[in-house]
Design a binder for this molecule. Structure first.
Ligand code: SAM
Length: 285
């Protein structure tokens, strides 16, 4: 949406973007650089996993927005020889175009303006990032709709090793947080390729949704405003602190834990059927 984005300053002096239509800031805690570094890049051990990868390492960057998460990953990986593919998704160009116009104030895009301009224009760019060969694709799609048809694409996308899941909040953007979306995302992974996803929410509803989609789920690091975040994986070996039986007991008593089946935000306790499925999840048995 044209005119949707504004620059705002956080208490620590960092600048971030604010979406008028969603009424939310993109990196509201510590700002774009620190939040992207802590929550996405370090939490998913991107540098370590890229360095150990045999061949191309693939990041799915869900909610490209102003590209802070992707650019932070690029800055962190410059000294690692290897091949990186970033597959970014968004249903609008607007935040990326805004970021390019405000690169000087936002600072994190500086040095990558040519790459961002090529991504905006052509939706794909190949370049050398220090010692790293990078291919960056931008899929301008409605992510839930795209994901539901992924198996039928003529050219399926490369399967990810890590996923940055950075949509607006479930209350403001429920379409990105439903059980069918995460179930389709889990099905798009390769069981032979360990993959971890992180997101800023620690809500019981989100964690129950990820578990019921097939993921193993763990506690993620604190960042800025959040005392905990969430990490999910198709391989429990990627989780430092898996949710335990105490979490399950709290979820069973919570007044907001039932996954969203439709893109409508509802706070509801677990239904008896969902509670039974959660109890049977291999993580708790
Ligand atoms: C919190 S912002 C992402 C910030 C971004 N990761 C960054 O580092 O700057 C959420 C993004 O999700 C996008 N989004 C919202 N609904 C979407 C949908 N249905 N499909 C794809 N992207 C969507 C928004 O346009 C927005 O850019």
């Amino acid at each position: 949406m044209s005119g949707d984005y504004q620059l705002v300053q956080l208490a620590n002096g960092e600048k971030t973007m604010f979406s008028v239509s969603y009424g939310e800031k993109l990196h509201p805690g510590l700002g774009p650089r620190a939040e992207a570094e802590l929550l996405y890049v370090r939490q998913l051990a991107v540098c370590e996993r890229l360095a150990a990868a045999d061949g191309e390492f693939v990041i799915w960057d869900v909610g490209l927005g102003g590209a802070a998460n992707a650019l932070t990953a690029l800055r962190a990986t410059r000294e690692i020889p290897g091949q990186l593919r970033i597959i970014s998704f968004d249903n609008t160009h607007a935040p990326l175009a805004f970021t390019l116009r405000h690169a000087a104030e936002l600072r994190y895009p500086q040095g990558y303006e040519t790459v961002l301009a090529a991504l905006l224009d052509s939706h794909r760019v190949a370049f050398t990032n220090g010692k790293l060969q990078v291919q960056w694709e931008f899929h301008l799609v409605d992510f839930p709709a795209w994901l539901s048809g992924v198996k039928n694409l003529c050219q399926p996308p490369a399967i990810p090793h890590v996923i940055f899941y950075d949509a607006f909040s479930p209350a403001k953007n429920p379409a990105m947080w439903t059980l069918p979306v995460f179930a389709n995302l889990f099905r798009a992974l390769d069981p032979q390729r360990p993959c971890a996803l992180t997101t800023y929410s620690r809500s019981t509803l989100l964690r129950a949704t990820l578990l019921l989609s097939g993921f193993h789920v763990g506690v993620g690091h604190a960042t800025g405003l959040k005392e905990e975040t969430t990490v999910a994986a198709n391989d429990p070996g990627l989780l430092a602190e898996p949710l335990n039986a105490r979490w399950l007991e709290r979820a069973l008593r919570s007044d907001s834990a039932e996954p969203l089946n439709e893109p409508v935000y509802l706070r509801r306790p677990l239904s008896p059927a969902t509670a039974a499925k959660l109890r049977q999840h291999p993580q708790f048995s």
